[in-house]
Design a binder for this molecule. Structure first.
Ligand SMILES: *Cc1c(COP(=O)(O)O)cnc(C)c1O
Length: 520
């Protein structure tokens, strides 16, 4: 091939001077991201989130670019039209759902992983050992035996699915892999609480077992699974000729951060010979915090644990993990019997079996372990644990403030780092005789209040339902959040709330005129 042809075919810069230009542009891009991250801790803080103008959205409706474009210009588009309109979970005012904030170290590690472009499905390469290192650390953290296996997945949704598939394999034997579940009789049933994340139900669906076969057991007022109901349901299912096969405990529910009595669940699983899986999506990482870890007692007895590094431990998206006590069973659930194309060897690049692709459905995989490894190496488990404890302290502070405000009502106390509250029904708040304010009205006022807070850019809580009531839910996951962010969110809630109670449309304009910097 001619040199010239080669030069035009490759996607790398053509020569030294092009490389120099790329290098300079790359440094500018890196600096822009450092500026962004540094700015998140500064004052005044920009908006957490802002509504997206139609003109911005329009830029992402163009035809396939046929011709080369400029990196510098494309980066400018990123700075102007992408960066300001993300959900804002890196921002300290972000308190919605369950999301991590990321770290500068994770960002840099992600860049290194991208440069290396390792495909960690298999082969004898050290990135697999980095991933195995994380498995070692997690065995240590959760008190799991040396036979325990683990792999990175996108997130806890996939990790929970893998947990259910391993449990299914244990119950139905190797045949389930060739025959499927079409003829499986008796029908299998699994158990979790009504507070479980929706992905658990979905896992039953995807595993071919059926969502209805997931028995959703009522919860106690504190959000934990009601054990007598669990026992009764298992007994009733057995009496009806069904086959209970798994119990799924929650270590940190999405609504309230409740942790089931994991020791009791382990006892029940043992007695009933059920596979004991735990959805510890965020809560499992509380093991890093000495003041919280005792509340997870019993987690060391689980058959598998699903969790995310991208939530409380702030690793860049995505970084979910599944840890399985019986590594051989895990392997039997996924490893292919015939490996012609992916044949293994004692030496050479095909050595080092088993590979990650033997522990899950994915073959090509990114190097998620690297950013997680960097995060633990650079910050250390103790500092991560202190940060986790600190978010819980902020949640307790928020709870105190809510309790001190007559206009607000606490709907769920801060079990961990999540607080649920709402604006009281207007009649109650103003001390008027308790008149039946329709609950739908209170829901509607709180729904508007939530939108007003989000659109103000001051903070971004989300919502959920507690006992059927719509509630504002502040989940403090971001390591950058401070007491100031809590105060700003609550002050905004009170300000917009009082406007809403007077005239529902007034809050909208109050929110529009408030700028984030004015919130302090
Ligand atoms: C976030 C979460 C999930 C889903 O995890 P992803 O990482 O988003 O796939 C499942 N369960 C709980 C309790 C969660 O908090």
């Amino acid at each position: 091939m001619h040199d010239r042809q080669q030069r035009t075919a490759t996607l790398d810069p053509a020569g030294q001077s092009d490389w120099r230009e790329l290098r300079e542009q790359g440094h500018r891009m890196l600096d822009d991201m450092f500026d962004y991250l540094e700015g998140l801790g500064g004052k005044p803080q920009g908006p957490v989130w802002q509504p997206i103008p139609a003109s911005v959205r329009q830029q992402f409706r163009e035809a396939l670019p046929r011709q080369a474009g400029s990196l510098a210009q494309t980066h400018q588009t990123f700075m102007q039209s992408i960066l300001p309109y993300a959900a804002g979970n890196a921002h300290p005012g972000f308190m919605g759902w369950v999301q991590g904030g990321g770290t500068p170290v994770g960002m840099l590690a992600e860049m290194l992983a991208a440069g290396l472009n390792a495909n960690v499905g298999g082969r004898d390469q050290i990135p697999l050992d980095v991933e195995r290192q994380i498995t070692h650390w997690m065995r240590e953290l959760f008190g799991f035996p040396s036979e325990a296996s683990g792999i990175f997945v996108t997130g806890a949704s996939t990790a929970n699915l893998i947990g259910v598939l391993v449990a299914r394999r244990r119950m139905l034997g190797a045949e389930v892999r060739s025959h499927g579940v079409q003829n499986a009789l008796p029908r299998l049933t699994a158990y979790t609480s009504t507070a479980a994340h929706g992905c658990v139900k979905q896992a039953m669906d995807v595993a071919g077992l059926g969502e209805d076969m997931l028995r959703r057991i009522p919860i106690n007022p504190d959000g934990t699974i009601h054990l007598p109901s669990l026992n009764a349901h298992i007994a009733a299912d057995r009496a009806a000729g069904l086959q209970p096969f798994a119990v799924i405990g929650n270590a940190g529910t999405v609504d309230m951060g409740a942790i089931d009595d994991l020791t009791a669940l382990a006892d029940i699983a043992q007695r009933e010979q059920l596979f004991f899986h735990i959805d510890g999506a965020f809560g499992a990482m509380a093991m890093l915090a000495p003041d919280l870890a005792p509340r997870l007692a019993g987690i060391e007895r689980a058959d598998s644990i699903a969790f995310d590094f991208h939530k409380w431990t702030q690793v860049q998206y995505d970084a979910g993990f599944i840890l399985v006590r019986d590594g051989a069973l895990h392997l039997d659930t996924f490893a292919a019997q015939e490996k012609t194309y992916l044949e293994r060897a004692e030496r050479g690049m095909a050595a080092g079996s088993p590979w990650p692709c033997d522990y899950g459905p994915e073959l090509s995989r990114g190097f998620r372990a690297l950013k997680t490894w960097f995060t633990f190496k650079v910050y250390g488990a103790e500092k991560l644990g202190r940060m986790i404890s600190h978010t819980c302290a902020l949640a307790r502070y928020l709870q105190q403030r809510v309790e001190a405000e007559p206009a607000l009502e606490l709907l769920a106390p801060a079990s961990l780092n999540i607080v649920c509250f709402r604006l009281r029904p207007p009649a109650q708040a103003s001390g008027m005789p308790a008149q039946a304010t329709a609950d739908t009205d209170t829901d509607e006022i709180n729904r508007r209040l939530l939108v007003a807070i989000q659109e103000s850019g001051i903070a971004a809580p989300s919502s959920t339902r507690i006992n059927g009531h719509l509630t504002i839910r502040a989940a403090i996951f971001n390591h950058r959040s401070t007491q100031d962010n809590i105060d700003a969110m609550l002050d905004a809630a009170l300000r917009f709330g009082s406007a809403l109670s007077v005239a529902p449309s007034a809050a909208q304009s109050a929110a529009q005129s408030a700028s984030p910097s004015e919130s302090k």
